[in-house]
Design a protein around this ligand. Structure first.
Ligand code: 5AD
Length: 348
């Protein structure tokens, strides 16, 4: 019998254009049947680019001394939340590097002020923190937490995250902890990481399903010249060594397959996905995605939130308008309200 993993594996290796058209269509059909048709918008506030980590692929790594660091003030963050509300978004995402100098109490205060002022859902994406911090933030009203596991290959994970003593297992454990605390949980991976095999990529998708994730972020690996991994010379075209390419089409396959196996999850067109594809937002919306996260970070900071090189990040104006155009061009509408994960199949 053909298992789910066989199905995932054969789609990952599929190169026939006509067959792939049918994959995009299946993903789009399942998205239409299993989620609301509206595209939910999450205002992304990248409030600090300080980071204590050494992830070898990420431009925010603490060893990247070329990057000027910033930390936004609370009034500045509130001004971004105001914009999210004024534009009709139903939620904001507070994201940062692993900035251990921001206290749990300070983040708690941001959450409290946003929840007291606006009817916005609040998502946090600030990395690994003590469980007590997660508990406090939940008490202050945070609704959702994003923590990507990046790759399910333990050896690759360790290579990508040197000095990280807790490892992949801990990250998965934390997702369970966050769920038990009552958060909607999100995770995700990077497609085409140097050393990533097709088998491990299939495993990533199976883990999305077994964790029953509410949100799943997928994007292609984009080399950053100021990182150890970005300086390596990698031959992404060599098929026989089973290196997953970091191409737009590969990321698109992972997005579509994820929609097949996680029909009800909220799946954004990530910035990395939109960066790698021309018309990326529209393509993502036709391939199973139902969420977009427009950045609301003020342009001077946004330029410095340099996870990977992205022309989108340098475009100061017009992100909102471009996203709206893509939504209508895809025949959809922007959503209202917080846009929780749908549970159509749940027993009433
Ligand atoms: N290419 C693509 N995605 C990256 N991320 C970090 N660095 C890169 C890169 N070079 C992703 C990680 C992280 C998210 C915020 O950005 O998955 O969780």
């Amino acid at each position: 019998m053909r298992t789910k993993k066989d199905m995932i594996g054969s789609w990952l290796l599929e190169d026939n254009r006509h067959h792939l058209e049918s994959l995009w269509k299946q993903a789009d059909d399942i998205r239409r049947e299993s989620t609301e048709s509206a595209v939910h918008l999450r205002g992304l506030i990248e409030f600090s680019n300080e980071c204590v980590r050494s992830c070898t692929y990420c431009g925010l790594r603490c060893q990247n001394r070329c990057l000027p660091r910033y930390r936004m003030t609370l009034p500045h963050i509130m001004a971004c939340a105001e914009i999210a509300h004024a534009k009709g978004y139903g939620s904001v995402v507070l994201q940062s590097g692993e900035d251990q100098r921001v206290s749990a109490e300070w983040i708690g205060e941001i959450i409290r002020q946003i929840k007291d002022t606006y009817p916005l859902a609040v998502t946090l994406s600030v990395g690994e923190r003590p469980v007590e911090d997660y508990r406090l933030w939940r008490e202050k009203g945070a609704d959702r937490y994003l923590l990507r596991f990046e790759t399910s290959d333990d050896t690759l994970y360790r290579r990508l995250h040197p000095h990280d003593r807790s490892g992949l297992r801990r990250r998965i454990e934390l997702l369970h902890v966050l769920r038990a605390l009552g958060y909607e949980i999100g995770s995700g991976n990077i497609v085409g990481l140097p050393g990533q095999s097709f088998m491990s990529l299939a495993e990533d998708i199976l883990i999305f399903s077994s964790l029953d994730l509410d949100m799943i972020g997928i994007g292609p690996y984009i080399p950053h010249p100021d990182t150890p991994l970005g300086r390596e010379d990698i031959d992404f075209c060599q098929k026989d060594n089973r290196q997953v390419p970091n191409s737009d089409i590969m990321a698109r396959k992972v997005l579509a397959i994820t929609r097949l196996v996680c029909p009800e999850a909220n799946i954004p067109v990530t910035t990395a996905f939109a960066t790698a594809n021309t018309n990326g937002y529209e393509i993502g919306l036709h391939t199973g995605a139902n969420v977009i996260m427009p950045a609301l970070t003020p342009p001077d900071y946004r330029k410095l939130y340099d996870i990977y090189p992205s022309p989108a990040r340098k475009m100061e104006e017009g992100v909102h308008e471009r996203i709206m155009t893509a939504i209508y061009a895809a025949g959809r509408k922007p959503g209202c309200g917080p846009g929780n994960r749908s549970r159509k199949s749940a027993v009433q």
